[in-house]
Design a binder for this molecule. Structure first.
Ligand code: AMP
Ligand code: MG
Length: 486
């Protein structure tokens, strides 16, 4: 039997009161459910029919409290574009509590856009329909691609106007996550100056995400090692699908290894490692090709915050931290190389790592020279392996290196099925996302429904969905920018 109510615990609030401010959502004047993720509701053991009812919607906007809930705004700090802000926190979000999923795991139920909190600073605490639907589309697309991420359960229009450059319809997002602990949560704990708070956050993160770390001589170091590994794997996966997070501040990097905070993120179209879409990233700090370096930089900030738990003395603590941080690059390289093998269909162990690396490197050089579309050009490799190189020729034809590359690659008998499972046909292309959001903001949710349906099975061709696999025209792609949605 699926429960028709929602019952939550308050683990985080109990374990880490120094990071939690009891709070409640602002009333939404006229709540209207825009999208509900029925598959996720099922996974969480929630009844979709109930969530669609007026009582269910009241729960989704925080107007009625789930059984047992003690909602809090979470405190965290963060390095934003390299500069440290000691007090960020949920300015417009609320942790309703944790749900115990049927598989026994704890999942945060979290509202974004639910009104200003004690951490709001000058912000209004609100969110507009477009950016909340954008997070819904992007996070669910990432999930369907097999990439660890927070999920989106629902977007509810609030009936409130949100003032940005113009007046926009307001909405809130109901998000789930294996937790909302961030690198910035540890930085915040360190900033309290109370070592017991720092230890409590680390112990909580270990228990919730990386329990194996508890058995290490220095559990905090074990946690750091686990986060280094999880983030190396995660960012490798981003790179392999052409995902650009856009705002990799330390407050937007989880300890769990889930992707979080879909503000100005976007997928690469024409391949260029220097690609930046975010309007505020004028220096290109968070460009596609920089992401592994930024992840490593963020992890160094995490280590700094945890140093007192590594050793009582500074020097040995730093040495231990550096030793573990040094694991990031090989771990990332290994994850990326394994993924690249699959993308090139070279699963056969007789093809050496060096051969794969050389083929991948040369392929990316051609992509960059031609500014070829990242997603569709990789996907065209399966047809080429099956004997039809027309798609590949259309993308890279004329490149002097192509014929030689094809000969070398084909000599390894690439496996088209492996490639079909590794190179998506459908990713949330910028022009499609914009088109769906514009329609949704104007009241037509149909294009968004189609887009989310197509993106839910990204590796399987769907008849009638051909345009979802195609790049935008050059007029759209040039100068495309994304915004943080604040
Ligand atoms: P983000 O860029 O979404 O990671 O947000 C950075 C910080 O700004 C976080 O502490 C957010 O909670 C806060 N914030 C963003 N938008 C708003 C808003 N409209 N009102 C209050 N706080 C906000
Ligand atoms: Mg954030």
């Amino acid at each position: 039997m699926t429960p028709v109510t929602l019952s939550l615990s308050h683990d985080f609030a109990d374990a880490l009161p120094a990071l939690a401010r009891p709070w409640s959502a602002d009333p939404a004047p006229a709540p209207r459910l825009l999208v509900l993720n029925e598959a996720l509701a099922d996974e969480l053991g929630l009844d979709a029919g109930f969530l669609r009812s007026p009582e269910g919607v009241d729960l989704l906007v925080g107007a009625a409290l789930p059984e047992g809930a003690q909602p809090v705004a979470q405190g965290y700090a963060g390095h934003q574009f390299g500069g440290f802000s000691p007090r960020l926190g949920d300015g417009r979000a609320l942790l309703l509590g944790e749900l115990t999923a049927p598989d026994g795991s704890l999942r945060d139920i979290h509202l974004k856009g639910s009104g200003p909190t004690p951490f709001a600073r000058a912000g209004d605490g609100l969110a507009a329909v477009g950016p909340m639907l954008r997070e819904y589309v992007m996070s669910e697309a990432m999930h369907a691609l097999g990439i660890p991420t927070t999920r989106s359960l629902a977007v509810v229009a609030t009936g409130r106007e949100v003032l940005r450059e113009a007046a926009l319809p307001g909405a809130l997002l109901v998000r789930t996550a294996s937790s909302h602990l961030r690198v910035g949560s540890v930085e915040f704990a360190r900033g309290t100056g109370d070592i017991a708070v720092l230890r409590a956050v680390v112990d909580y993160a270990i228990a919730r995400h990386h329990p194996e770390a508890a058995d290490e001589d220095v559990p905090a170091l074990g946690l750091f090692r686990a986060v280094v590994a999880a983030q190396a794997d995660l960012v490798a996966r981003w790179m392999l699908v052409g995902f650009i997070h856009g705002v990799m501040n330390t407050d937007n990097m989880t300890l769990s290894g889930e992707t979080i905070d879909y503000g100005p993120c976007a997928f690469l179209d024409a391949y260029d490692p220097a690609t930046v879409y975010s309007s505020i990233d004028t220096g290109g700090r968070y460009a596609y090709g920089n992401q592994p370096y930024i992840a490593e930089w963020n992890l160094a900030r995490l280590a700094e915050a945890m140093l007192p738990l590594f050793d009582d003395e500074l020097e040995p603590a730093v040495e231990l931290a550096q030793g573990v941080l040094a694991e990031f690059r090989p771990r990332f390289a290994e994850a990326r190389a394994a993924g690249m093998r699959r993308k090139l269909g070279l699963a056969d162990a007789r093809v050496s790592d060096e051969q794969v690396e050389a083929l991948a490197g040369d392929f990316h050089e051609m992509l960059e020279r031609k500014r070829a579309d990242y997603t569709s050009t990789f996907r065209s490799l399966s047809a080429a392996a099956r004997g039809d190189a027309a798609g590949l020729e259309a993308a890279l034809g004329g490149d002097p290196a192509l014929t030689g590359w094809l000969d070398r690659w084909r000599a390894h008998a690439p496996d088209a099925e492996v490639m079909d499972a590794a190179n998506p046909i459908y990713v949330p292309r910028n022009h499609l996302v914009e088109e769906a959001l514009a329609a949704a903001t104007a009241g037509n949710l149909e294009p968004l429904g189609w887009l989310t349906t197509v993106l839910s099975t990204p590796f399987t061709a769907r008849s009638g969905a051909e345009r979802y696999a195609e790049p935008a025209g050059p007029d759209f792609a040039a100068g495309y920018q994304t915004f943080c949605g604040t």
